[in-house]
Every structure is written in structure tokens, then in C-alpha cells.
Design a protein around this ligand. Structure first.
Ligand SMILES: [Zn+2]
Ligand SMILES: [Zn+2]
Ligand SMILES: [Zn+2]
Length: 441
């Protein structure tokens, strides 16, 4: 017989009408309360952050010591190095022997670690109190050709780079595991939303999606923390957001269907209350644009967004920074003939341009974009958004760097106000920002 629903303090697993399983609160949560925390079942530091973060505990600091063998992995101390060895062993000698040809994707690296963990971890982990990794949905019946090809490439890469140190499961099991990780995996980001790595947090993956979420997920090193961003009453379902909420309803649902195989029916998707402001058309035009003209421009915007996404996904685009800024500026000029500056497609291109300016260390130019972004961001995103907080944070740090102290402090305080709720007041990110503000005095 079926036992009672799995529960932890404050929440329990249940069957959500029309959504399958989910999590509901069993107690009251105020805004900013920690609902639950979940250590990563498996995780991997992204290649680009090597040397900046400890591979084992994800601590960010300058003086890390590197693995003497591969000279690629960095650690706080011997304890972290020892702790990481069972996982690092999968890659250490392979990186030496393949040299520059060692190039598994981050998903492949994560899946290799999951396979190894499943070998020696036979009992349920602290990451699976509500949902076990074995129970992850794979949605294999819904994958298209593009996804199948990616999956094939991933399984081939796993066999190529990891077979020496890993008993690789049969092909069906492997395809299943990749699909499970693709729809249940998380990316870990820092306070400025820079990508740090990939991980699986089974209990967190149990939550369903909403475009006006009542909880938010942040990371303390390799632990995911779920906090309330709205008042939550006992019996209420917990919803986090799986996607970037900047975009209008149609775009959000395209993304949800493509990556997670469902269409959202949350209040925002039903009322579409923010769509008009998100797709704002310029008011002062001599001739009002025809609907077809607007449609054409939206198509143009979506195409260029998709092209940027693919370029970033497949290769290192940063060497061509100047060209990229040029493309951003051209597309902004074109879209600006119809779209208001607060239109999300305009904001998307400005965000891209800002990223490239930051990379090129063109601080003044980055500030200009940031200033245009931050206000519309706080209108389009829901309250306590990490996207808004990180924008205040980037902007505030830029001001401080350029000796604009009063503006810097004022802007950083706005970031902290959001972060107090999203990250919790004692998070080391907040301590660090406060220190940066004081050092300016
Ligand atoms: Zn460490
Ligand atoms: Zn090594
Ligand atoms: Zn929705």
C-alpha cells in the first residue's frame, strides 16, 4: 500500500491538480523565510570558472591551490582536494591525456558524476527527501530530432571521455538519464547571474513552475535554498520559475514547451497583464505602424535573440566582441524605429551589449546600458527578482569602480534590499557587498 506523502518540515509532496506531483506548504511562510534547503546530489564547476572557485565547495577566493597532476582543478586546501577526488578522478588523467581535445559538454560532465554517485550511493540522499533522482521525468516520448541528435552526441562524448574510469550503463538507460537531467537539472549562478556550474537538486526539481512564483531559488556554495517571495499559507502550492520572466506570455510558453513540455496556466499567462508594457510601441511616431509591421519586427527580434543564444551555446564568441556590439547597436537602431526603449526586445539587446562592454572593460559604455535597463527591469520582472538585483549590483559596482561613490552606494543598497529576501540576510554575497561599500570610505 502507498504510505503517507513524503514530507519535510514545513512542506509536503502532493498531487497538484493538472500538474502532476508538486510541493505544498504545511505551514505559514513570510516573505524572505527559508522554506527548505537542498544540497546538490551532484554538481560540476563550469570550465570558465576554474581557478576562481574551489571545485569541491565552490568557495570564491584568490588563493586557491591547483591539482598537481592536471593543473586544471583548484581547491581551498587539501581537505577540499581530498573530498573532490572521487569525482575529479573521472577527469584528472583524461584531461592530461586528451590535452586541448578534452571537450565534453557540461551536461556530459554532470551525468558522468551522477553515474558514479549512483554506484556508491545506494541509500536515499539528503537531496532526495521529497523526490528521488530515479523518479525524474524524462519526457522521452516528446523529444524532437534536434534533441535526439544532441542526446546522441552527449552519449557518444560520455563514452569517449569517461569510459576509462566509469562503468557506463546501457544505451537506453543512458539516453533516459540525459533526458532526465535536461529537464530537471539546474544551473548555479553567482550574485551577478554569471554561470558557475550545473547541478541536480531533486527536491527543488519537484516544484512546479509559475510566471508569478511564490518562491525563489538561490545558492550558498553547492546548496540550493528556497525562499518565499510572497506570503504563503498552509496548503498553498510552492511555485518557482523555470525560465527568464522578462518576456511576453507567448515567448515564455514557447520556451516552456520547448524545454519542459508544458504550457503554463498561471495567473500571468491567463491575464497577460504585463504583455502590453513588455511589447511597448513608440508613441511619438508620425504614422502608427501596421500590425503586420509590428509582427515582422517581433519576428526579427526573436530571430536575432535565437542566433545570439546559439552562438553562445556552441562556441566562444567573445573574441569577436566589437562585431557583437555592432550587431547589438544595429538591431537596436532597427527595432527602435517601432519599439519603445522599455520594450523587452530592446532590453534584451541592451543586456547583450552591456555584457560585451563588461567583457571589453568599457565601463562607461556598460553603465549607459545598465542605466537604461534597470528601471524597465523592475517594472517587467516580479518582486524580489534576481535579474533586477543583479542589475543593481552590476551598476552599483561600476559606479564604485569609477569613483562615483554616492550613486554606487545608493544603487548597491537597492540590490541588497532584494537580496535580503532572495538570499537571506546572512548570505556571504551580502556581507561582501557591504564590505565593498565601506572600503570606499
Ligand atoms: Zn573548497
Ligand atoms: Zn587533477
Ligand atoms: Zn505562466
Amino acid at each position: 500500500a502507498q504510505g503517507a506523502s513524503p514530507r519535510i518540515e514545513g512542506c509536503e509532496r502532493f498531487l497538484s491538480v493538472g500538474k502532476g506531483r508538486g510541493i505544498k506548504a504545511t505551514t505559514h511562510f513570510k516573505v524572505g523565510d527559508l522554506v527548505f534547503a537542498c544540497p546538490a546530489y551532484s554538481y560540476v564547476l563550469t570550465v570558465n570558472e576554474r581557478g576562481c572557485h574551489c571545485e569541491f565547495c565552490f568557495t570564491r577566493k584568490d588563493a586557491l591551490s591547483k591539482c598537481g597532476k592536471c593543473k586544471q582543478a583548484y581547491y581551498c586546501n587539501v581537505e577540499c582536494q581530498k573530498g573532490d577526488w572521487p569525482m575529479h578522478k573521472l577527469e584528472c588523467s583524461a584531461m592530461c591525456s586528451y590535452g586541448e581535445n578534452w571537450c565534453p559538454s557540461e551536461t556530459v560532465r554532470l551525468v558522468a558524476r551522477i553515474i558514479l554517485k549512483q554506484k556508491f550511493q545506494t541509500e536515499k540522499t539528503q537531496s532526495e527527501r521529497l523526490l528521488s533522482l530515479k523518479e525524474f521525468e524524462a519526457h522521452l516520448d516528446k523529444t524532437d530530432n534536434e534533441k535526439n541528435e544532441m542526446n546522441l552526441a552527449d552519449t557518444a562524448a560520455l563514452r569517449h571521455f569517461y569510459s576509462q574510469h566509469l562503468d557506463i550503463p546501457n544505451n537506453d538507460a543512458l539516453v533516459q538519464l540525459f533526458a532526465q537531467v535536461n529537464c530537471n537539472g539546474f544551473t548555479i549562478e553567482d550574485e551577478e547571474l554569471s554561470h558557475l556550474g550545473s547541478a541536480v537538486f531533486p527536491d527543488v526539481a519537484l516544484m512546479n513552475h509559475s510566471c508569478s512564483p511564490n518562491v525563489i531559488v538561490t545558492y550558498k556554495n553547492t546548496v540550493a535554498e528556497v525562499r518565499a517571495v510572497r506570503e504563503i499559507s498552509p496548503g498553498e502550492e510552492l511555485f518557482n520559475s523555470y525560465i527568464d520572466l522578462l518576456y511576453p506570455t507567448e515567448d515564455r510558453n514557447e520556451r516552456l514547451r520547448d524545454s519542459y513540455f508544458f504550457t503554463c496556466d498561471c495567473e500571468e499567462c491567463t491575464t497577460k497583464s504585463k504583455d502590453k508594457a513588455k511589447m511597448e510601441i513608440r508613441q511619438n511616431l508620425c504614422t502608427v505602424p501596421e500590425p503586420e509591421e509590428i509582427q515582422e519586427m517581433v519576428r526579427y527580434a526573436k530571430n536575432i535573440i535565437e542566433e545570439f543564444r546559439r552562438a553562445k551555446h556552441y562556441k566562444n564568441i567573445l573574441p569577436c566582441s566589437f562585431i557583437l556590439v555592432g550587431i547589438c547597436e544595429l538591431s537596436l537602431e532597427k527595432m527602435g524605429s517601432i519599439f519603445e526603449e522599455t520594450n523587452v526586445y530592446m532590453l534584451h539587446m541592451m543586456y547583450q551589449a552591456m555584457g560585451v562592454c563588461l567583457y571589453m572593460q568599457d565601463w562607461e559604455e556598460a553603465i549607459k546600458y545598465g542605466e537604461k535597463l534597470v528601471k524597465p527591469y523592475s517594472v517587467h520582472y516580479p518582486p524580489y527578482s534576481l535579474n533586477v538585483a543583479s542589475m543593481y549590483l552590476k551598476l552599483g559596482r561600476l559606479y564604485l569602480g569609477l569613483q562615483k561613490k554616492p550613486q554606487g552606494v545608493k544603487t548597491l543598497k537597492k540590490a541588497i534590499a532584494i537580496m535580503n529576501v532572495a538570499f537571506g540576510q546572512d548570505h556571504h554575497y551580502i556581507t561582501e557587498i557591504k564590505k565593498e561599500m565601506e572600503e570606499q570610505e
